[in-house]
Design a protein around this ligand. Structure first.
Ligand code: NAD
Length: 478
Protein backbone atom coordinates (compact mmCIF):
# COMPACT_ATOMS: atom_id res chain seq x y z
CA UNK A 1 0.00 0.00 0.00
CA UNK A 2 1.00 3.67 -0.36
CA UNK A 3 2.39 5.31 2.72
CA UNK A 4 2.74 8.82 1.27
CA UNK A 5 0.37 11.70 1.96
CA UNK A 6 -2.48 12.31 -0.46
CA UNK A 7 -2.69 15.98 -1.48
CA UNK A 8 -4.60 17.38 -4.46
CA UNK A 9 -4.91 13.89 -5.97
CA UNK A 10 -1.13 13.26 -5.81
CA UNK A 11 0.82 10.95 -3.51
CA UNK A 12 3.44 13.08 -1.78
CA UNK A 13 6.39 12.15 0.44
CA UNK A 14 8.16 14.27 3.03
CA UNK A 15 11.68 15.11 4.16
CA UNK A 16 11.21 13.73 7.67
CA UNK A 17 9.30 10.63 8.69
CA UNK A 18 7.84 8.98 11.76
CA UNK A 19 7.21 5.28 12.45
CA UNK A 20 4.00 3.40 13.13
CA UNK A 21 4.19 0.17 15.17
CA UNK A 22 2.44 -3.15 15.36
CA UNK A 23 1.28 -3.03 19.00
CA UNK A 24 1.21 -6.83 19.24
CA UNK A 25 4.95 -7.09 18.61
CA UNK A 26 6.36 -3.59 19.06
CA UNK A 27 7.84 -3.77 15.53
CA UNK A 28 7.89 -0.80 13.17
CA UNK A 29 5.57 -1.56 10.24
CA UNK A 30 5.90 1.63 8.20
CA UNK A 31 7.54 5.06 8.09
CA UNK A 32 5.30 7.97 7.15
CA UNK A 33 5.97 11.57 6.18
CA UNK A 34 5.63 14.21 8.89
CA UNK A 35 3.67 16.97 7.14
CA UNK A 36 5.17 20.47 7.18
CA UNK A 37 3.19 23.71 7.43
CA UNK A 38 3.59 24.01 3.69
CA UNK A 39 2.09 20.51 3.15
CA UNK A 40 -0.90 21.50 5.29
CA UNK A 41 -1.24 24.69 3.25
CA UNK A 42 -1.12 22.75 -0.04
CA UNK A 43 -3.76 20.31 1.20
CA UNK A 44 -6.11 23.09 2.33
CA UNK A 45 -5.56 24.98 -0.95
CA UNK A 46 -6.33 21.83 -2.96
CA UNK A 47 -9.51 21.29 -0.93
CA UNK A 48 -10.48 24.93 -1.34
CA UNK A 49 -10.08 24.81 -5.14
CA UNK A 50 -11.96 21.49 -5.34
CA UNK A 51 -14.83 22.89 -3.25
CA UNK A 52 -15.74 25.33 -6.02
CA UNK A 53 -14.81 23.10 -8.95
CA UNK A 54 -17.34 21.92 -11.55
CA UNK A 55 -16.06 18.35 -11.03
CA UNK A 56 -17.35 18.43 -7.42
CA UNK A 57 -19.65 21.41 -6.85
CA UNK A 58 -21.22 20.78 -10.25
CA UNK A 59 -22.22 17.18 -9.52
CA UNK A 60 -25.94 16.52 -9.40
CA UNK A 61 -27.07 14.96 -6.11
CA UNK A 62 -27.69 11.60 -7.81
CA UNK A 63 -24.15 11.67 -9.21
CA UNK A 64 -22.61 12.43 -5.82
CA UNK A 65 -24.71 9.68 -4.26
CA UNK A 66 -23.46 7.19 -6.86
CA UNK A 67 -19.86 8.07 -6.03
CA UNK A 68 -20.45 7.36 -2.34
CA UNK A 69 -22.24 4.08 -3.11
CA UNK A 70 -19.21 3.13 -5.19
CA UNK A 71 -16.85 3.91 -2.32
CA UNK A 72 -18.96 1.62 -0.11
CA UNK A 73 -18.82 -1.18 -2.68
CA UNK A 74 -15.04 -0.92 -3.15
CA UNK A 75 -14.46 -0.77 0.59
CA UNK A 76 -16.65 -3.84 1.04
CA UNK A 77 -14.76 -5.73 -1.68
CA UNK A 78 -11.49 -5.02 0.14
CA UNK A 79 -12.95 -5.54 3.64
CA UNK A 80 -10.60 -8.39 4.59
CA UNK A 81 -7.54 -6.34 3.57
CA UNK A 82 -8.77 -3.34 5.58
CA UNK A 83 -9.50 -5.51 8.61
CA UNK A 84 -6.00 -7.05 8.63
CA UNK A 85 -4.39 -3.65 8.20
CA UNK A 86 -6.43 -2.10 11.03
CA UNK A 87 -5.57 -5.01 13.30
CA UNK A 88 -1.86 -4.82 12.43
CA UNK A 89 -1.62 -1.07 13.01
CA UNK A 90 -4.11 -0.62 15.88
CA UNK A 91 -4.16 -4.01 17.62
CA UNK A 92 -7.91 -4.71 17.75
CA UNK A 93 -8.76 -8.41 17.19
CA UNK A 94 -9.94 -9.38 13.71
CA UNK A 95 -13.37 -10.11 15.18
CA UNK A 96 -13.64 -6.35 15.89
CA UNK A 97 -11.94 -4.95 12.78
CA UNK A 98 -13.58 -7.44 10.39
CA UNK A 99 -16.84 -7.87 12.26
CA UNK A 100 -17.49 -4.30 13.36
CA UNK A 101 -15.13 -1.49 12.28
CA UNK A 102 -15.00 -2.14 8.54
CA UNK A 103 -18.68 -3.19 8.06
CA UNK A 104 -19.75 -0.13 10.09
CA UNK A 105 -17.66 2.09 7.78
CA UNK A 106 -19.25 0.49 4.69
CA UNK A 107 -22.76 1.00 6.06
CA UNK A 108 -21.98 4.60 6.92
CA UNK A 109 -21.05 5.35 3.31
CA UNK A 110 -24.29 3.70 2.13
CA UNK A 111 -26.41 5.50 4.72
CA UNK A 112 -25.06 8.94 3.73
CA UNK A 113 -25.12 8.10 0.02
CA UNK A 114 -28.86 7.64 0.59
CA UNK A 115 -29.16 11.07 2.21
CA UNK A 116 -27.55 12.99 -0.69
CA UNK A 117 -30.80 13.13 -2.68
CA UNK A 118 -32.94 13.91 0.38
CA UNK A 119 -31.33 16.97 1.98
CA UNK A 120 -34.25 19.35 1.92
CA UNK A 121 -34.95 22.81 3.29
CA UNK A 122 -38.33 24.14 4.40
CA UNK A 123 -40.87 26.65 3.24
CA UNK A 124 -42.51 28.60 6.03
CA UNK A 125 -45.68 30.72 6.16
CA UNK A 126 -44.21 34.09 7.14
CA UNK A 127 -46.53 36.84 8.34
CA UNK A 128 -45.27 39.22 5.68
CA UNK A 129 -47.47 39.95 2.66
CA UNK A 130 -46.43 38.92 -0.84
CA UNK A 131 -43.27 36.96 -0.09
CA UNK A 132 -42.18 33.44 -0.73
CA UNK A 133 -39.74 32.09 1.83
CA UNK A 134 -37.63 28.93 1.80
CA UNK A 135 -34.39 27.57 3.22
CA UNK A 136 -31.50 25.68 1.64
CA UNK A 137 -28.81 23.63 3.35
CA UNK A 138 -25.39 24.51 1.96
CA UNK A 139 -21.99 22.88 2.53
CA UNK A 140 -19.51 24.73 4.76
CA UNK A 141 -16.33 24.53 2.65
CA UNK A 142 -13.05 22.92 3.67
CA UNK A 143 -13.47 20.71 6.74
CA UNK A 144 -10.54 19.44 8.81
CA UNK A 145 -11.19 15.90 10.08
CA UNK A 146 -8.86 15.03 12.97
CA UNK A 147 -9.13 11.48 14.27
CA UNK A 148 -7.91 9.36 17.21
CA UNK A 149 -6.19 5.97 17.28
CA UNK A 150 -8.82 3.70 18.81
CA UNK A 151 -11.05 3.09 15.75
CA UNK A 152 -9.10 4.87 13.01
CA UNK A 153 -11.13 3.86 9.95
CA UNK A 154 -14.60 3.79 11.47
CA UNK A 155 -14.37 7.12 13.30
CA UNK A 156 -12.95 8.77 10.19
CA UNK A 157 -15.89 7.53 8.12
CA UNK A 158 -18.40 8.87 10.68
CA UNK A 159 -17.06 12.29 9.63
CA UNK A 160 -16.07 11.76 6.02
CA UNK A 161 -19.29 10.19 4.72
CA UNK A 162 -21.61 13.05 5.85
CA UNK A 163 -18.99 15.70 4.94
CA UNK A 164 -18.90 14.44 1.35
CA UNK A 165 -22.64 13.72 1.17
CA UNK A 166 -23.27 17.40 1.87
CA UNK A 167 -20.75 18.64 -0.73
CA UNK A 168 -17.83 19.71 1.46
CA UNK A 169 -14.17 18.98 0.78
CA UNK A 170 -11.83 17.73 3.48
CA UNK A 171 -8.31 17.51 4.82
CA UNK A 172 -7.85 14.49 7.08
CA UNK A 173 -5.24 14.19 9.84
CA UNK A 174 -5.21 10.62 11.19
CA UNK A 175 -3.67 9.84 14.56
CA UNK A 176 0.09 9.39 14.30
CA UNK A 177 -0.15 5.97 16.01
CA UNK A 178 -2.56 4.51 13.41
CA UNK A 179 -2.44 6.26 10.02
CA UNK A 180 -2.47 3.26 7.67
CA UNK A 181 -6.18 2.48 7.16
CA UNK A 182 -6.80 6.18 6.38
CA UNK A 183 -4.22 6.05 3.58
CA UNK A 184 -5.69 2.82 2.22
CA UNK A 185 -9.10 4.50 2.22
CA UNK A 186 -7.60 7.35 0.18
CA UNK A 187 -6.64 4.74 -2.44
CA UNK A 188 -10.23 3.52 -2.50
CA UNK A 189 -11.60 7.06 -2.83
CA UNK A 190 -9.24 7.68 -5.74
CA UNK A 191 -10.28 4.40 -7.36
CA UNK A 192 -13.97 5.28 -6.91
CA UNK A 193 -13.44 8.51 -8.85
CA UNK A 194 -13.72 11.11 -6.06
CA UNK A 195 -12.23 14.15 -7.86
CA UNK A 196 -8.68 15.28 -6.98
CA UNK A 197 -8.54 17.70 -4.04
CA UNK A 198 -11.92 16.71 -2.57
CA UNK A 199 -10.22 14.47 0.00
CA UNK A 200 -6.66 15.11 1.17
CA UNK A 201 -4.65 13.32 3.84
CA UNK A 202 -1.75 14.84 5.78
CA UNK A 203 0.13 12.65 8.26
CA UNK A 204 1.99 13.58 11.43
CA UNK A 205 1.50 14.50 15.07
CA UNK A 206 -0.19 17.27 17.06
CA UNK A 207 1.67 20.10 15.25
CA UNK A 208 0.04 19.04 11.99
CA UNK A 209 -3.37 19.07 13.68
CA UNK A 210 -2.68 22.54 15.11
CA UNK A 211 -1.67 23.92 11.70
CA UNK A 212 -4.91 22.62 10.23
CA UNK A 213 -7.06 24.07 13.01
CA UNK A 214 -5.37 27.49 12.59
CA UNK A 215 -5.54 27.58 8.79
CA UNK A 216 -7.74 30.52 7.74
CA UNK A 217 -9.31 28.59 4.86
CA UNK A 218 -10.57 25.78 7.10
CA UNK A 219 -14.26 26.44 7.76
CA UNK A 220 -14.96 23.62 10.17
CA UNK A 221 -13.07 21.26 12.44
CA UNK A 222 -14.53 17.87 13.26
CA UNK A 223 -12.41 16.34 16.00
CA UNK A 224 -12.51 13.08 17.93
CA UNK A 225 -9.97 12.63 20.69
CA UNK A 226 -9.18 13.59 24.24
CA UNK A 227 -11.06 16.21 26.20
CA UNK A 228 -7.84 18.14 26.85
CA UNK A 229 -7.11 18.57 23.14
CA UNK A 230 -10.80 19.19 22.43
CA UNK A 231 -10.70 22.20 24.79
CA UNK A 232 -7.67 23.63 22.95
CA UNK A 233 -9.33 23.19 19.56
CA UNK A 234 -12.59 24.73 20.76
CA UNK A 235 -10.71 27.76 22.11
CA UNK A 236 -8.79 28.23 18.85
CA UNK A 237 -11.93 27.71 16.76
CA UNK A 238 -13.82 30.12 19.00
CA UNK A 239 -11.32 32.91 18.39
CA UNK A 240 -11.61 32.44 14.62
CA UNK A 241 -15.38 31.75 14.78
CA UNK A 242 -15.01 28.46 12.94
CA UNK A 243 -17.58 25.71 13.19
CA UNK A 244 -16.48 22.86 15.43
CA UNK A 245 -17.75 19.41 16.43
CA UNK A 246 -16.06 17.54 19.27
CA UNK A 247 -16.35 13.88 20.26
CA UNK A 248 -14.30 13.58 23.43
CA UNK A 249 -13.64 11.36 26.41
CA UNK A 250 -15.97 9.43 28.67
CA UNK A 251 -16.31 7.56 31.95
CA UNK A 252 -19.55 5.70 31.39
CA UNK A 253 -21.54 4.32 34.32
CA UNK A 254 -23.22 0.92 34.09
CA UNK A 255 -26.02 0.63 36.65
CA UNK A 256 -26.97 -2.88 37.72
CA UNK A 257 -30.13 -3.33 39.78
CA UNK A 258 -30.70 -6.20 42.22
CA UNK A 259 -33.27 -7.81 39.90
CA UNK A 260 -30.96 -7.99 36.86
CA UNK A 261 -30.04 -11.34 35.29
CA UNK A 262 -26.40 -11.33 36.43
CA UNK A 263 -25.03 -13.80 33.88
CA UNK A 264 -26.45 -11.76 30.99
CA UNK A 265 -25.23 -8.59 32.70
CA UNK A 266 -21.69 -9.90 33.11
CA UNK A 267 -21.56 -10.92 29.45
CA UNK A 268 -22.94 -7.57 28.26
CA UNK A 269 -20.68 -5.57 30.52
CA UNK A 270 -17.61 -7.51 29.55
CA UNK A 271 -18.21 -6.29 26.02
CA UNK A 272 -19.06 -2.75 27.13
CA UNK A 273 -16.00 -2.57 29.37
CA UNK A 274 -13.32 -4.48 27.51
CA UNK A 275 -14.11 -4.08 23.82
CA UNK A 276 -10.88 -3.08 22.07
CA UNK A 277 -9.08 -3.56 25.41
CA UNK A 278 -11.17 -0.81 26.96
CA UNK A 279 -9.94 1.77 24.42
CA UNK A 280 -13.48 2.88 23.68
CA UNK A 281 -14.78 6.34 24.55
CA UNK A 282 -18.13 4.83 25.56
CA UNK A 283 -16.58 1.98 27.57
CA UNK A 284 -18.48 1.09 30.73
CA UNK A 285 -15.94 1.56 33.49
CA UNK A 286 -17.96 2.48 36.60
CA UNK A 287 -20.23 -0.37 37.66
CA UNK A 288 -22.84 0.74 40.19
CA UNK A 289 -24.22 -2.50 41.60
CA UNK A 290 -26.94 -2.96 44.25
CA UNK A 291 -25.00 -3.81 47.39
CA UNK A 292 -26.88 -7.11 47.79
CA UNK A 293 -25.43 -8.35 44.48
CA UNK A 294 -22.17 -6.35 44.32
CA UNK A 295 -19.80 -9.09 45.53
CA UNK A 296 -21.41 -11.72 43.34
CA UNK A 297 -21.22 -9.41 40.32
CA UNK A 298 -17.60 -8.40 41.00
CA UNK A 299 -16.49 -12.02 41.35
CA UNK A 300 -18.27 -13.11 38.17
CA UNK A 301 -16.92 -10.12 36.24
CA UNK A 302 -13.38 -10.73 37.50
CA UNK A 303 -13.64 -14.45 36.71
CA UNK A 304 -14.84 -13.81 33.16
CA UNK A 305 -12.31 -11.00 32.54
CA UNK A 306 -9.43 -13.02 33.96
CA UNK A 307 -10.16 -15.96 31.66
CA UNK A 308 -10.14 -13.94 28.42
CA UNK A 309 -7.49 -14.99 25.91
CA UNK A 310 -4.91 -12.28 25.21
CA UNK A 311 -2.90 -12.33 22.02
CA UNK A 312 -2.22 -10.86 18.64
CA UNK A 313 -5.40 -9.59 17.00
CA UNK A 314 -4.44 -11.53 13.87
CA UNK A 315 -4.92 -14.81 15.78
CA UNK A 316 -8.61 -15.63 15.35
CA UNK A 317 -8.85 -17.16 18.84
CA UNK A 318 -7.75 -13.91 20.53
CA UNK A 319 -10.39 -12.18 22.66
CA UNK A 320 -8.30 -9.26 23.89
CA UNK A 321 -5.60 -7.60 21.81
CA UNK A 322 -2.80 -5.27 22.90
CA UNK A 323 -3.30 -1.61 23.77
CA UNK A 324 -2.11 0.79 21.14
CA UNK A 325 1.28 1.94 22.42
CA UNK A 326 3.86 1.88 25.17
CA UNK A 327 2.57 5.30 26.34
CA UNK A 328 -0.95 3.91 26.71
CA UNK A 329 0.38 0.84 28.54
CA UNK A 330 2.28 3.10 30.96
CA UNK A 331 -0.82 5.25 31.55
CA UNK A 332 -2.92 2.18 32.39
CA UNK A 333 -0.29 0.81 34.74
CA UNK A 334 0.00 4.20 36.45
CA UNK A 335 -3.76 4.26 37.10
CA UNK A 336 -3.71 0.70 38.45
CA UNK A 337 -1.02 1.84 40.89
CA UNK A 338 -3.22 4.80 41.89
CA UNK A 339 -6.19 2.43 42.44
CA UNK A 340 -4.08 0.23 44.69
CA UNK A 341 -2.79 3.16 46.69
CA UNK A 342 -6.33 4.57 47.02
CA UNK A 343 -7.33 1.33 48.75
CA UNK A 344 -9.44 -0.31 46.05
CA UNK A 345 -9.44 -4.11 46.09
CA UNK A 346 -7.72 -5.65 43.06
CA UNK A 347 -9.63 -8.81 42.04
CA UNK A 348 -7.80 -9.70 38.85
CA UNK A 349 -5.16 -8.36 36.46
CA UNK A 350 -3.16 -5.35 37.51
CA UNK A 351 -0.10 -6.04 35.42
CA UNK A 352 1.40 -6.16 31.98
CA UNK A 353 1.27 -9.59 30.32
CA UNK A 354 4.64 -11.34 30.11
CA UNK A 355 5.97 -14.50 28.46
CA UNK A 356 5.53 -14.60 24.71
CA UNK A 357 3.45 -11.40 24.87
CA UNK A 358 6.22 -9.43 26.57
CA UNK A 359 7.28 -7.53 23.45
CA UNK A 360 3.76 -6.33 22.68
CA UNK A 361 1.72 -3.79 24.62
CA UNK A 362 -0.53 -6.27 26.48
CA UNK A 363 -2.22 -5.46 29.76
CA UNK A 364 -4.16 -8.05 31.76
CA UNK A 365 -7.86 -7.17 32.17
CA UNK A 366 -8.20 -5.61 35.59
CA UNK A 367 -11.15 -5.43 37.98
CA UNK A 368 -11.22 -3.37 41.18
CA UNK A 369 -13.95 -3.91 43.81
CA UNK A 370 -14.87 -1.75 46.79
CA UNK A 371 -14.29 1.41 44.78
CA UNK A 372 -15.43 4.72 46.27
CA UNK A 373 -16.99 7.55 44.29
CA UNK A 374 -14.11 9.95 44.93
CA UNK A 375 -11.26 7.63 43.91
CA UNK A 376 -9.38 8.78 40.83
CA UNK A 377 -9.86 5.41 39.12
CA UNK A 378 -13.63 6.05 39.31
CA UNK A 379 -13.37 9.62 38.02
CA UNK A 380 -10.66 9.87 35.36
CA UNK A 381 -10.65 8.30 31.92
CA UNK A 382 -8.08 5.48 31.91
CA UNK A 383 -8.76 4.23 28.36
CA UNK A 384 -7.65 0.67 29.02
CA UNK A 385 -8.93 -2.64 30.40
CA UNK A 386 -9.59 -1.40 33.94
CA UNK A 387 -13.06 -1.82 35.48
CA UNK A 388 -14.30 -0.53 38.84
CA UNK A 389 -17.20 -1.86 40.95
CA UNK A 390 -19.00 0.61 43.25
CA UNK A 391 -21.82 -0.72 45.45
CA UNK A 392 -24.97 1.39 45.98
CA UNK A 393 -27.66 1.19 48.67
CA UNK A 394 -30.64 3.21 47.42
CA UNK A 395 -31.84 3.56 43.81
CA UNK A 396 -32.56 7.22 44.57
CA UNK A 397 -28.81 7.93 44.82
CA UNK A 398 -28.07 6.57 41.33
CA UNK A 399 -28.77 9.56 39.09
CA UNK A 400 -26.64 11.87 41.23
CA UNK A 401 -23.75 9.38 41.43
CA UNK A 402 -23.87 8.54 37.73
CA UNK A 403 -23.83 12.27 36.93
CA UNK A 404 -21.03 13.04 39.39
CA UNK A 405 -18.41 13.27 36.64
CA UNK A 406 -17.26 15.89 34.15
CA UNK A 407 -18.13 13.48 31.32
CA UNK A 408 -21.49 12.67 29.74
CA UNK A 409 -20.98 10.39 26.78
CA UNK A 410 -22.83 7.15 27.52
CA UNK A 411 -24.58 5.14 30.23
CA UNK A 412 -25.82 1.57 30.59
CA UNK A 413 -28.81 0.46 32.68
CA UNK A 414 -29.52 -3.15 33.61
CA UNK A 415 -32.85 -3.99 35.28
CA UNK A 416 -36.07 -5.86 34.59
CA UNK A 417 -38.06 -2.78 35.67
CA UNK A 418 -38.37 -1.00 32.35
CA UNK A 419 -40.31 1.91 33.83
CA UNK A 420 -37.55 2.60 36.38
CA UNK A 421 -34.90 2.22 33.67
CA UNK A 422 -36.59 4.79 31.46
CA UNK A 423 -37.09 7.24 34.31
CA UNK A 424 -33.38 6.96 35.11
CA UNK A 425 -32.50 7.25 31.42
CA UNK A 426 -34.14 10.70 31.45
CA UNK A 427 -32.15 11.78 34.52
CA UNK A 428 -28.70 10.61 33.42
CA UNK A 429 -26.66 13.30 31.64
CA UNK A 430 -25.30 11.23 28.76
CA UNK A 431 -25.57 11.50 24.98
CA UNK A 432 -26.52 7.82 24.70
CA UNK A 433 -28.20 5.45 27.15
CA UNK A 434 -28.37 1.71 26.48
CA UNK A 435 -30.96 -0.26 28.48
CA UNK A 436 -30.27 -3.99 28.95
CA UNK A 437 -27.85 -4.16 26.04
CA UNK A 438 -24.21 -3.74 25.09
CA UNK A 439 -23.05 -0.65 23.16
CA UNK A 440 -24.47 -1.02 19.67
CA UNK A 441 -24.12 1.74 17.08
CA UNK A 442 -25.99 2.49 13.88
CA UNK A 443 -25.47 5.18 11.27
CA UNK A 444 -29.08 6.26 11.88
CA UNK A 445 -28.67 6.82 15.64
CA UNK A 446 -27.23 10.19 16.74
CA UNK A 447 -23.90 9.91 18.55
CA UNK A 448 -22.10 12.38 20.79
CA UNK A 449 -21.54 13.62 24.29
CA UNK A 450 -22.90 16.03 26.88
CA UNK A 451 -20.73 18.13 29.24
CA UNK A 452 -16.97 17.54 28.74
CA UNK A 453 -17.65 14.62 26.39
CA UNK A 454 -18.18 16.92 23.46
CA UNK A 455 -20.21 19.30 21.35
CA UNK A 456 -22.52 18.37 18.50
CA UNK A 457 -23.63 14.99 17.22
CA UNK A 458 -22.44 12.59 14.56
CA UNK A 459 -24.52 10.05 12.61
CA UNK A 460 -28.17 10.32 11.62
CA UNK A 461 -29.64 13.56 10.26
CA UNK A 462 -27.66 15.37 12.95
CA UNK A 463 -24.43 14.85 10.97
CA UNK A 464 -26.06 16.38 7.89
CA UNK A 465 -26.85 19.43 10.01
CA UNK A 466 -23.31 19.47 11.39
CA UNK A 467 -21.75 19.73 7.91
CA UNK A 468 -24.19 22.29 6.45
CA UNK A 469 -25.60 25.68 7.24
CA UNK A 470 -29.01 27.10 6.53
CA UNK A 471 -29.58 29.92 4.07
CA UNK A 472 -32.92 31.79 4.04
CA UNK A 473 -34.13 32.95 0.63
CA UNK A 474 -36.92 35.52 0.38
CA UNK A 475 -38.67 36.34 -2.89
CA UNK A 476 -40.90 39.36 -3.45
CA UNK A 477 -44.08 38.15 -5.11
CA UNK A 478 -45.69 41.56 -5.51
P1 NAD B 1 -5.68 12.91 21.31
O1 NAD B 1 -6.57 14.03 21.70
O2 NAD B 1 -4.36 12.81 21.93
O3 NAD B 1 -5.40 12.93 19.73
C1 NAD B 1 -6.45 12.91 18.78
C2 NAD B 1 -5.97 13.51 17.48
O4 NAD B 1 -5.71 14.90 17.66
C3 NAD B 1 -4.68 12.91 16.93
O5 NAD B 1 -4.79 12.87 15.52
C4 NAD B 1 -3.62 13.93 17.38
O6 NAD B 1 -2.46 13.94 16.58
C5 NAD B 1 -4.39 15.22 17.23
N1 NAD B 1 -3.94 16.32 18.09
C6 NAD B 1 -3.28 16.24 19.28
N2 NAD B 1 -3.11 17.49 19.80
C7 NAD B 1 -3.67 18.36 18.91
C8 NAD B 1 -3.84 19.78 18.89
N3 NAD B 1 -3.41 20.56 19.89
N4 NAD B 1 -4.50 20.33 17.84
C9 NAD B 1 -4.99 19.57 16.84
N5 NAD B 1 -4.85 18.22 16.79
C10 NAD B 1 -4.20 17.62 17.83
O7 NAD B 1 -6.57 11.60 21.54
P2 NAD B 1 -6.15 10.07 21.37
O8 NAD B 1 -5.25 9.72 22.50
O9 NAD B 1 -5.71 9.82 19.97
O10 NAD B 1 -7.57 9.34 21.53
C11 NAD B 1 -8.09 8.93 22.75
C12 NAD B 1 -9.18 9.88 23.21
O11 NAD B 1 -10.21 9.99 22.23
C13 NAD B 1 -9.87 9.41 24.47
O12 NAD B 1 -10.05 10.48 25.35
C14 NAD B 1 -11.22 8.94 23.96
O13 NAD B 1 -12.25 8.95 24.91
C15 NAD B 1 -11.48 9.87 22.84
N6 NAD B 1 -12.45 9.31 21.89
C16 NAD B 1 -13.72 9.82 21.85
C17 NAD B 1 -14.68 9.29 20.99
C18 NAD B 1 -16.09 9.82 20.93
O14 NAD B 1 -16.83 9.47 20.01
N7 NAD B 1 -16.52 10.64 21.88
C19 NAD B 1 -14.32 8.23 20.16
C20 NAD B 1 -13.02 7.73 20.24
C21 NAD B 1 -12.09 8.29 21.09
Amino acid sequence: MRTDMYIGGKWTGGATTFPTHNPATGEVIAELPEATASDVDSAVEAASVAFASPEWAGLLPAQRARLLFKVADLLEQRAAEFARLETTDQGQPLAISGGFSVPNAVEHFRYYAGWVTKITGVTAPLSVPDVDYRTRREPLGVCALITPWNFPLMILVWKLAPALATGNTVVIKPAEQTPLSTLLLAEVLEQAGIPAGVVNVVTGGPEVGKALVRHPKVAKISFTGSTAVGREIAAEAGRALKKVSLELGGKAPSIIAADADLDAVVEGNLMSGLLNSGQVCAAATRFYVDRVRADEFAEKLAGAAGSMKLGSGLDETTQLGPVVSQEQLDQIDRYVGIGRSEGAQLLTGGERAGGELANGYFYRPTVFAGVAQDMRIAREEIFGPVLTVLPYDEPEELAARANDTEYGLAAYLWTRDIGAANRLAHQVKAGTVWINMPPLLDAGAAWGGMKASGMGREMGWEAIEAFTEVKSIWTNLA
